[in-house]
Design a protein around this ligand. Structure first.
Ligand code: MN
Length: 253
């Protein structure tokens, strides 16, 4: 088995080192990750510029692009045989609820399943003082479990670890994505060059207390695994809207 390891925090982050160690020995591992941090790059792909691939060590490469770029290059065979599995992370910061739509970590996994390659995204739910003991010990069994079980090939696993010592982890919960709110997430700063200046992300995020969500599991000191599908279809609306009468101009008859 050939395993591609990538992330959005950059090839030099501690999290990707932890992930690489955790899957070592499960197959041939290749690291291909952004040269610089690309957090919140979502599913962005670089089309207008060439991409520089640097070989940093044996089976370790950096790309001056996004996590999705790394997966596209690797799955197109630029660093040898196409991987059989893609693991992404370990992200410094949670990727739960609505935030997965911003996540470069999760987008890398999404890109992999678009190519039919199974993928798992890993994150630790903290921005400072990250504890990697639980990911170090739990990633391998989680990956082994994924590849051992029959599953929808289009499903990615989005795994979030609470930032607590391994001994305090109460177990694993299979969850759904929750809902979060950012209070005062846009902050105004001093005007510059005659224009108003704002910064996004200044507020304190909170989340809705709902059972069986990723937020609730991590809050309850469980590792959260959320199976995710990239299927943006709203099947209910498709059925409802087909019942409407549509004139040639699109308006209501
Ligand atoms: Mn990140």
């Amino acid at each position: 088995m050939r395993i591609l390891i990538t992330n959005d925090d950059g090839v030099h982050s501690e999290g990707i080192r932890v992930l690489t160690e955790a899957v070592r020995g499960m197959g041939e591992t290749v690291v291909m990750a952004p040269a610089m941090e690309q957090s919140a790059s979502s599913h962005s792909i670089t089309l207008r510029d060439p991409l520089l691939v640097d070989r940093l060590a044996r089976n370790v490469y950096s790309v001056d692009g996004t996590p999705t770029d790394c997966v596209v290059l690797s799955l197109n065979g630029v660093i040898g045989a196409r991987p059989d599995l893609v693991v992404s992370g370990v992200n410094h910061g949670a990727n739960m609820g609505d935030d997965v739509t911003y996540s470069g970590t999760v987008a890398a996994a999404i890109e992999a399943v678009l190519y039919g390659v199974p993928a798992i995204a890993f994150s630790v739910a903290a921005l400072e003082g990250l504890l990697f003991e639980a990911p170090s010990r739990m990633i391998r069994p989680i990956v082994e479990r994924m590849i051992a079980r029959p599953r929808n090939p289009k499903t990615i696993w989005n795994v979030n670890f609470p930032n607590i010592p391994f001994g305090e982890v109460r177990g694993i919960r299979v969850t759904r994505l929750g809902t979060r709110f950012y209070e005062n997430s846009v902050v105004e700063e001093a005007p510059r060059d005659g224009g108003k200046v704002f910064r996004i992300g200044g507020g304190k995020p909170t989340w809705k207390r709902e059972p069986e969500t990723d937020f609730q599991a991590v809050f309850d000191r469980y590792v959260s695994i959320t199976p995710i599908l990239l299927d943006l279809n709203d099947y209910e609306s498709i059925l409802t809207m087909r019942e409407w009468e549509w004139s040639r101009e699109g308006g209501v008859k």
